[in-house]
Design a protein around this ligand. Structure first.
Ligand SMILES: [Fe+2]
Length: 300
């Protein structure tokens, strides 16, 4: 059986391309790369050609996510695993693979209806070192762990957990029981899944309007969390969840709104994924809610 190895790339559709360039470059500290295509630009976090493609398509939401497998043999095995599960896929044409800057690619939708891709062989530009648009103390932690983690909309969490564990080979289960107005029994019971050393690469089980609630990115220097927090405050960017530490990944983080109205989580110091399940009823400290309307109106 082939397992996915990392959450490798995301495509997002946005209404305001210029606002996103400013936000990603000057607030978040990514590298903005505009190759003159007009309908898109790229966000870099490391040597990869890109980690996020920002499309001028107006959805203000996630439009696809790319999960990596090790190589061509694993991609062939993944095709069989999808077929065995009854999930139809299309094989990316050479033009589609070039568009994503990967060697090979398949496309399908996950049980939540989220456009999903599995690929191997990303374009890695060692000739062009990562150069953030504003100074940083350290780097994004992506080596062997991918872009970060995301919260995806899954109307049927049991179907999603079956898909991501049995087809993608990920591991995980419920990790929190949290009071949440509007959730069944007033309780959110989100599930968290890992596929590498990152504590989790995927979570779901929150009621959500958009496909994505937040994308977590991690840095290797605590000062970058403080500096980014200053820049978020100075730029008037809404903070949805204040600084604090999660009980599951034990990361020091905070959450702020992006120009599309969903969230970035920015943190430092996460522990590695554990291989025995446990759950929590509260975060370690902090993480008080602040700005509302981002789908994270719960008591952490
Ligand atoms: Fe998170």
């Amino acid at each position: 059986m082939a397992d996915v190895t990392e959450l490798g790339y995301l495509g997002i559709g946005v209404k305001d391309m210029e606002a996103w360039k400013k936000f990603a470059g000057e607030v978040v500290g990514m590298q903005v790369v505009d190759e003159g295509e007009g309908d898109r630009f790229y966000l870099r976090m490391d040597y990869n050609h890109h980690r996020i493609v920002v499309h001028d398509s107006g959805e203000d939401d996630l439009i696809y996510s790319g999960w990596r497998v090790a190589g061509p043999q694993e991609l062939a095995e993944m095709k069989q695993q999808l077929t065995d599960h009854g999930t139809e896929f299309t094989v990316g044409s050479p033009a589609e693979c070039q568009e994503r800057r990967v060697l090979d690619l398949i496309k399908f939708t996950d049980p939540g209806g989220n456009p999903t891709e599995v690929y191997h062989g990303p374009q890695v530009d060692t000739h062009s070192p990562f150069h953030p648009n504003r100074p940083t103390h350290g780097k994004f932690t992506t080596e062997g762990e991918g872009i970060g983690h995301m919260i995806l909309r899954q109307p049927n969490p049991p179907a999603a957990i079956e898909f991501y564990t049995k087809v993608f080979g990920m591991r995980g289960t419920v990790e929190y029981k949290l009071p949440m107005p509007g959730a069944p029994d007033g309780l959110a019971q989100p599930m968290f899944l890992h596929c590498n050393g990152r504590d989790h690469s995927l979570a779901f089980g929150f009621p959500m309007d958009k496909r994505i609630n937040h994308l977590m990115i991690e840095v290797d220097n605590l000062n970058d969390v403080g500096n980014t927090h200053d820049l978020v405050r100075q730029s008037g960017t809404p903070v949805a969840i204040q600084l604090g530490a999660h009980a599951n990944d034990q990361m020091f983080s905070f959450y702020f709104g992006n120009p599309s109205g969903w969230l970035f989580e920015y943190g430092f110091g996460a522990r590695k994924s554990t291989h025995q399940s446990e759950y929590y009823i509260k975060d370690t400290y902090g993480h008080q809610p602040e700005a509302t309307g981002f789908g994270m109106d719960l008591e952490l």
